[in-house]
Design a protein around this ligand. Structure first.
Ligand SMILES: [Fe+2]
Length: 245
């Protein structure tokens, strides 16, 4: 009886030690992730960034007129409306990522226009006429998580095709450093505390009609397939490599 009691006490001590250790590890892991994420925050919320290529650079996949209207009218409107929506509020001194982490408490105009601004900056950057090479590290992570690049392509494009109404498809990294594919409605994104699954997006595809209607009309699947040809894998890899050490 006495022996059994001693055994129980020993097991409890060892389990509590393990749980403390695993909590510490989890906290450390989460801290590393947060640090990497904070280092990668580069978006100045008061600056309207230049398009990194010309309007016709992504032809024939994305036509010149769509690019011009999308960048210079839709995107600019999100930016202007966002700046106006945060003017004179505490959000002026917060990073856009911190605003997103608390978006459920913010006005709808901030959620819609702040999301619109951030999402489009990412969208322009993860496209390119000559996409470059995917890093070995990201390639391995994709193979490990999804089985192959083809499987990721299918999942990601399906997320865009099946989003009802307007929205986005994403490839993101969660707090444990794992890749995941998701989709959000309207101008939401995975950084927002309203997202079904939160993470840092490294690839985003706009599936609003304004992104494709002039060339593809109602054929969203054709645009989605075309998008795969203009992904800037070098930039997607840069974002991944910065987040996951
Ligand atoms: Fe858009």
């Amino acid at each position: 009886m006495k022996k059994a009691l001693i055994l129980i006490v020993l097991i409890s001590i060892s389990l509590s030690g393990y749980s403390e250790h695993s909590n510490r590890e989890e906290k450390k892991e989460s801290q590393n992730y947060i640090n990497s994420y904070r280092n990668m925050k580069t978006l100045n919320k008061f600056e309207f960034p230049a398009l990194p290529y010309s309007y016709d650079a992504l032809e024939p996949y994305i036509d010149k007129m769509t690019m011009e209207i999308h960048y210079d009218r839709h995107h600019r409107a999100y930016f202007n409306n966002f700046v106006n929506a945060i003017k004179g509020t505490e959000m002026e001194s917060m990073s856009i990522e911190d605003i997103f982490e608390n978006i459920s408490k913010m006005p709808a105009s901030v959620r819609n226009n702040g999301g619109g601004f951030y999402n489009h900056v990412l969208y322009w950057e993860v496209m390119s006429p000559n996409g470059g090479e995917i890093s070995e590290k990201l390639k391995n992570a994709i193979d490990q998580k999804f089985g192959s690049m083809d499987e990721l392509k299918k999942l990601f494009l399906d997320a865009g095709k099946s989003r009802f109404g307007s929205g986005w498809a994403w490839l993101s990294v969660d707090k444990s450093g794992q890749l995941f594919v998701s989709s959000t409605p309207n101008q939401d994104n995975p950084l927002m505390d309203v997202a079904d699954k939160m993470g840092v997006p490294i690839l985003g595809m706009d599936v609003w009609e304004h992104a494709y209607y002039l060339k593809y009309q109602n054929k969203r699947p054709d645009y989605v397939e075309a998008f795969w040809n203009v992904i800037n894998w070098q930039e997607v890899s840069r974002r991944y490599d910065m987040l996951v050490k």
